[in-house]
Design a protein around this ligand. Structure first.
Ligand code: SAM
Ligand code: SF4
Length: 393
């Protein structure tokens, strides 16, 4: 049943996120909603993902889809026919932007020319590859099932097959010296340049509760060490013409991931698949949707009622303001006053702590001007603390 209040603003995009929750093996640092199943009934999963996509199309079809993102898990393990059917369904159920961005996350172990071309023919026009490291010893420490040579081949294939591609690296492994990371990053950047990569995601290793790394007491680089690795990363990426546009994401200007930008700016998106979430903003209120996390339970729910939504609620204004600040301050562009007002119905000054803001601007952690509020480079290094001060009241 169509829900009123989800009509788009004139300049708003709409993202469709589709979660594929399976991987060939589980990496010991990863707490994503990813699972290793002995066998997957691809036809059944295709039908279920299509059902839930159609369910969301019913209430959001007035919007124009600007991006589709297949995330995971490892969606490059999805049958390309599944991606094709979902992309066709998006085109049939919504208007789509002329420059519709369709990203698929891939693991280098799944890089095979015919398979990649099948995804491209399905409509995928941007590949994001989890390389993680340009050092074989780090890949084996991270429990990855591929070598550096295989990752390089996957990147070359991606550059050949897809108009746009990106890759992920992880830094901040315990004992990783700034010199080691600097050399590894130089090699990665040289290779990226030779292939014309326009986008890189550079994550600091985090030890997540519940993961084997956490259970085994594995440590990541500590505060000062981590900050040095982060500073080197920023310097080298600026030199390479790929400055940060988000705390962990770097792009040649114009090559930013449009889907993630849409989310970080507080825009509208639907989340399809186990554990996916969505945001449906309307004037003065935003609905948050959460799909059932467990893949088996999600599948059963979709097969019985057409969707696997576990929870749907209008976000209280303060919670919405907090998330806009949390994601907006991760962006180099920051949070615009006018946009904040239009998404929350209130001025930012009503929702953030005036004394906290003074302390954070005085300390050089944030900058405010007539357009909005931005974190500085030192603010990015302790963003959680900055947010705590801004949201103190
Ligand atoms: C869904 S995976 C990418 C695609 C594919 N599953 C793979 O790993 O090749 C998303 C990315 O999140 C990053 N990531 C996951 N857990 C992390 C952690 N604990 N610390 C830092 N980065 C992490 C990795 O760089 C990974 O490539
Ligand atoms: S990092 Fe990627 S491949 Fe490894 S378990 Fe997580 S989602 Fe799967």
């Amino acid at each position: 049943m169509p829900v009123s209040g989800n009509n788009p603003g004139p300049d708003e995009g709409f993202g469709v996120y589709i979660h594929w929750p399976f991987c060939a093996s589980k990496c010991p640092y990863c707490d994503f909603n990813s699972h290793v199943w002995d066998s997957i009934d691809h036809r059944r999963w295709r039908t279920a993902l299509l059902s839930e996509l159609n369910h969301f199309a019913l209430e959001t079809s007035a919007r124009t889809v600007t991006s589709v993102f297949f995330g995971g898990g490892t969606p490059s393990l999805m049958a390309p026919e599944t991606a094709a059917a979902l992309i066709d369904a998006v085109g049939n159920r919504w208007d789509t932007a002329g420059d519709l961005e369709i990203t698929l996350e891939a693991n280098p172990s799944t890089a095979e020319a015919g398979w990649f071309r099948a995804f491209r023919d399905a409509g995928v026009n941007r590949l994001s590859i989890g390389v993680q490291s340009f050092r074989d010893e780090n890949l084996s420490f991270l429990g990855r099932g591929h070598s550096v040579a295989e990752a390089r081949d996957a990147l070359a294939l991606a550059a050949d097959v897809f108009p746009r591609f990106s890759f992920d690296l992880i830094h901040g492994l315990a004992g990783q010296s700034p010199e080691d990371w600097g050399r590894e990053l130089d090699e990665a950047l040289e290779y990226a340049k030779s292939l014309g990569a326009g986008h890189l995601s550079l994550y600091q290793l985090t030890i997540e509760p519940g993961t084997p790394f956490h259970r085994d007491g594995v440590e990541a680089a500590g505060g000062d060490e981590g900050a040095r690795l982060y500073a080197i990363t920023q310097e080298k990426l600026i030199e390479a013409g790929l400055p940060a546009y988000e705390i962990s994401n770097h792009a040649r200007p114009g090559s930013e991931c449009r889907h993630n930008l849409q989310i970080w700016r507080g825009g509208a998106y639907a989340g399809v698949g186990p554990g996916a979430h969505g945001r449906l903003p309307a004037p003065r209120r935003t609905e948050a949707l959460y799909q059932i996390h467990d893949p088996g339970r999600w599948l059963a729910a979709v097969e019985s009622k057409g969707h696997g939504t576990a929870k749907r609620r209008a976000l209280p204004r303060r919670a919405r303001a907090e998330e806009l600040l949390m994601t907006g301050l991760r962006l180099i562009e920051g949070v615009g006053w006018a946009r904040f007002q239009s998404l929350t119905g209130r001025g930012i000054e009503d929702l953030i702590d005036g004394d906290g803001l003074k302390r954070m601007t005085g300390g050089g952690f944030v900058e405010a001007d007539d357009r909005g509020l931005r974190a500085t480079a030192s603010g990015w290094l302790c963003l959680n603390e900055v947010l705590r001060h801004l949201l103190a009241s």
